[in-house]
Design a protein around this ligand. Structure first.
Ligand code: FES
Ligand code: FES
Length: 218
């Protein structure tokens, strides 16, 4: 029950609940209007400038901030040696070296890497002056269709660098010891690079030769 006096207003518990329920049932569109979102820029894209050093050459780009490093390389710099397989970080076809470390270029935005040094398969070597890993892949038939090959080679170069730096892998028995140069290590460390043609044993033979452990059974 609700009672009112000239200078005092009281409300019963039942009345308070009814009032609250009525307020809650008021449609949302009667609420005060929210602050309007800013209008999108013409074309809907936010552009940013980024400078990358790609294969030793300084490249200044103006990119949609959503551009992956992979698309910056392929679509803007026309370095199509780096392949787009899954575009989801699952196949390794897009592997490049970023400041000396291998990376899936489809999983990172170009604008995140201002001033970074990027090495693609074109920067590793070329016909007539091949990188030892490229030469070993040719020698050991480490490919069939070749689509995964640029990523495999960049990944293999980065992988041997990680072993040299003592970075352990999932199969390293002793995390404090220098990792072994073994096919078990190579296979584990290259497991992010998928080859639909199944050239794995030849790839491991090529890597083994470059690592100086040729002759180990792949
Ligand atoms: S395209 Fe990047 S991992 Fe497949
Ligand atoms: S050589 Fe064809 S996918 Fe690896």
């Amino acid at each position: 029950m609700t009672t009112t006096t000239p200078d005092k207003f009281t409300i019963s518990r039942r009345g308070l609940l009814k009032t609250g329920a009525a307020a809650a049932s008021v449609p949302a569109f009667t609420a005060a209007p929210a602050v309007a979102a800013p209008a999108p820029a013409p074309g809907g894209a936010a552009l940013a400038r980024v400078t990358l050093v790609v294969n030793g050459k300084t490249q200044r780009l103006s990119l949609d901030t959503r551009t992956t490093l992979l698309d910056a390389l392929r679509e803007h710099l026309h370095l199509t040696g780096t392949k787009k397989g899954c575009d989801h970080g699952q196949c390794g076809a897009c592997t490049v070296m970023l400041d000396g470390r291998r990376i899936n270029s489809c999983l990172t935005l170009a604008v995140m890497h201002e001033g970074a040094k990027v090495t693609t398969i074109e920067g590793l070597g070329a016909p007539g002056r091949m990188h030892p890993m490229q030469a070993a892949f040719v020698k050991h038939d480490g490919y069939q269709c070749g689509y995964c090959t640029p990523g495999q080679i960049c990944s293999a170069v980065g992988m041997l660098g990680e072993i040299a730096q003592g970075v352990p892998s999932h199969v390293s028995a002793d995390l404090t010891a220098r990792p072994q140069l073994s096919t078990v290590e190579f296979r584990e460390r290259m497991s992010g690079n998928i080859c639909r043609c199944g050239a794995y044993s030849n790839i491991v033979e090529a890597i083994s030769e470059v690592a100086g452990v040729a002759g180990v059974k792949a």
